[in-house]
Design a protein around this ligand. Structure first.
Ligand code: HEC
Ligand code: HEC
Ligand code: HEC
Ligand code: HEC
Ligand code: HEC
Ligand code: HEC
Ligand code: HEC
Ligand code: HEC
Ligand code: HEC
Ligand code: HEC
Length: 314
């Protein structure tokens, strides 16, 4: 139990009065009995947390708070996030006296996130509740750092979006290093071009309902409509492509002709000589098909608008 002699009276003389008023309740036990804490203002916080104050001053949060607060809560500065600080300055080493945003914090992640969501509900976070990241107990502060030294886009915890994700998604980092990949490591696109990390209505957090609509955002020419459509393309680009990278060319799921042969048997192909080996029951596949890309002839594999493009030749 705390006794009055341990109070940091010398360091915080101006708080003595408040402390004495609260002493009976306080002495009984810790925080829950101490009554609600009160707001003490930004200047008090930054008088001790000089570096944190200086870092925070660069952020959008600081600009809004200091200039044009939209709500009374915004005007609370540091305490808009960390909560009212009157008890904290009496007992700074007690981890329960101020909201700490960290996985080692004694306040649960849900409580930390709820604080951010007081101002950031809806919008991109419409589907945050029950999203995979929420269920996995991610904190907003796993990806964001509102105390970031420099005011970066999105106040990210890491220096860019992809690195923020790679901190946990090592497998995707490896996939984007494969021989064929979209230019994400080269900085031309990022995970959030396709995913909404705050949640979505599809399983892998895609920004669109269908995979194809995500791809069409940049590959609009594949949308069609085509006179002659290739069924698996309409169904899903992922029938043939791997979004994060592949060791086969063109992000393909399998090398050609195997890719096509997963669905099409080459036996009886109109272009084949009907050798014994090439007939059903033959012992060897037609050597002329091996290594020959089906796309050499079926070049318009995503669909054709040519009147005679029914077999996607043109
Ligand atoms: C009298 C000096 C003092 C004042 C005023 C003060 N703090 Fe602190 N604060 C401390 C000390 C000391 C610690 C303990 C540092 C530690 O645990 O390593 C601390 C810890 C913290 C932490 C946790 C830091 C961490 O590393 O997890 C936060 C957050 C914090 N203070 C925010 C605030 C806010 C917000 C205010 C204003 C409401 C404030 N402090 C006012 C002295 C102060
Ligand atoms: C928009 C919400 C928000 C506001 C406003 C805010 N903080 Fe923080 N603060 C955080 C988060 C989130 C973290 C955890 C950052 C991390 O993951 O390292 C943090 C961490 C801290 C820490 C411990 C780590 C560090 O960077 O030193 C201190 C101390 C702190 N804040 C003090 C302050 C002070 C002082 C203010 C006002 C000048 C303030 N905070 C304003 C959200 C906020
Ligand atoms: C009191 C309300 C309030 C709270 C609480 C709050 N924010 Fe904000 N936040 C704002 C406002 C207002 C802006 C817009 C600032 C601007 O115009 O740049 C903002 C902007 C942001 C941005 C975008 C910054 C940018 O540069 O694009 C991020 C990310 C963010 N907040 C994350 C957080 C996180 C994480 C927390 C919890 C630790 C949090 N916020 C808590 C009000 C709040
Ligand atoms: C898995 C990582 C991750 C988590 C967890 C996360 N965010 Fe974000 N958030 C991002 C990224 C990446 C961006 C940048 C998007 C951009 O720049 O287009 C962003 C953008 C934002 C923005 C600015 C854009 C906007 O929507 O206005 C705000 C505000 C924000 N996040 C708040 C939050 C809050 C609040 C939480 C916790 C409930 C949270 N984020 C959790 C990754 C995350
Ligand atoms: C702090 C760790 C962490 C960070 C940072 C993180 N994630 Fe995750 N993410 C997870 C965990 C845990 C899961 C669930 C297990 C899994 O599927 O690997 C997950 C799952 C996912 C899923 C799969 C959803 C599903 O339904 O299968 C996607 C997509 C995803 N994250 C995207 C992102 C993006 C984009 C970012 C960066 C903006 C990001 N994550 C940052 C931890 C993280
Ligand atoms: C071009 C769009 C695109 C980009 C960019 C992208 N993804 Fe994906 N991601 C997808 C699609 C589509 C799926 C669904 C894959 C499936 O269902 O097989 C997916 C699935 C995932 C999954 C679920 C597990 C898996 O691999 O199938 C995770 C985790 C994930 N992405 C993380 C990331 C991260 C992290 C980044 C950034 C480094 C990223 N993605 C960039 C489109 C993209
Ligand atoms: C944010 C924009 C964007 C989105 C969304 C996107 N891509 Fe891409 N994609 C690119 C860029 C940029 C390139 C490189 C083009 C170049 O080098 O000319 C590319 C290249 C490709 C390539 C050719 C790769 C190679 O090795 O030349 C394929 C295949 C591809 N994308 C498939 C997809 C699929 C499938 C989706 C949906 C899951 C998708 N893309 C979504 C931007 C995007
Ligand atoms: C039936 C398999 C298949 C499906 C499904 C498929 N593709 Fe392809 N895609 C290919 C093949 C094969 C190539 C290589 C073509 C070549 O070598 O000329 C390719 C190449 C590409 C390229 C790079 C060359 C180019 O034509 O621009 C892009 C981009 C692309 N596909 C996007 C998509 C998108 C977007 C979807 C979904 C709408 C999709 N693909 C669905 C088989 C497929
Ligand atoms: C996921 C299965 C799948 C894959 C992989 C696939 N296709 Fe198809 N393909 C189909 C389906 C289904 C049809 C429509 C068949 C029908 O209408 O009878 C079709 C139709 C065709 C047609 C027109 C057939 C006709 O009778 O008019 C050609 C040519 C064709 N595909 C070539 C290819 C080539 C070349 C590849 C490899 C680049 C490929 N397909 C990969 C499923 C697939
Ligand atoms: C040398 C050119 C050439 C190559 C290589 C080729 N095809 Fe064809 N394919 C054709 C021609 C020409 C037709 C159309 C014949 C017709 O209209 O009667 C055709 C028709 C088809 C059809 C439609 C079958 C039908 O009954 O109408 C499919 C499916 C097909 N090819 C798949 C493939 C696959 C899979 C590969 C790779 C293993 C491949 N083709 C390689 C020239 C080729």
């Amino acid at each position: 139990m705390r006794s009055i002699t341990h109070w940091p009276i010398n360091r915080y003389p101006m708080l003595l009065a408040t402390a004495l008023v609260g002493c009976c309740v306080w002495a009984q036990d810790t925080d829950s009995a101490a009554g609600p804490a009160e707001y003490i203002g930004l200047e008090s916080c930054t008088s001790c947390h000089i570096q944190a104050g200086a870092n925070w001053a660069h952020t959008g949060h600081a600009r809004t708070t200091l200039q044009l607060p939209d709500t009374p809560q915004q005007a609370h500065g540091c305490e808009a996030c960390h909560g009212p600080g009157s008890r904290h300055i009496l007992d700074p080493l007690n981890k329960a006296t101020i909201l700490r945003f960290s996985s080692t914090s004694i306040q649960p992640v849900a409580e930390q996130n709820a604080r951010c969501m007081q101002c950031h509900q809806g919008g991109q976070r419409l589907h945050w509740p029950n999203s995979v990241h929420e269920r996995q107990q991610l904190a907003c502060s796993d990806c964001h750092n509102p105390m970031a030294r420099l005011s970066q886009r999105g106040l990210l915890a890491n220096h860019d979006i992809n690195d923020t994700c790679f901190a946990c998604h090592q497998q995707q980092r490896a996939e984007f290093n494969r021989r064929s990949h979209m230019p994400l490591p080269e900085g031309k696109l990022s995970c959030v071009d396709c995913h909404n990390p705050h949640g979505g209505i599809t399983e892998p957090l895609l920004k669109t309902v269908r995979v194809n609509d995500t791809c069409f955002e940049c590959h609009a020419e594949k949308r069609g409509p085509f006179i002659w459509e290739h069924a698996p393309v309409r169904d899903s680009c992922l029938n043939c492509h791997r979004p994060h990278g592949s060791n086969h060319d063109m992000l393909l799921d399998a090398p050609r002709p195997l890719l096509c042969q997963q669905c099409h048997s080459q036996l009886g192909h109109p272009n084949d000589l009907l050798t014994r080996a090439n007939l059903p029951g033959g012992s060897r596949p037609d050597a002329r098909l091996i290594g020959r890309s089906c796309s050499n002839c079926h070049a318009q594999i995503h669909g054709s608008n040519h009147p005679s493009g029914i077999k996607f030749h043109r």
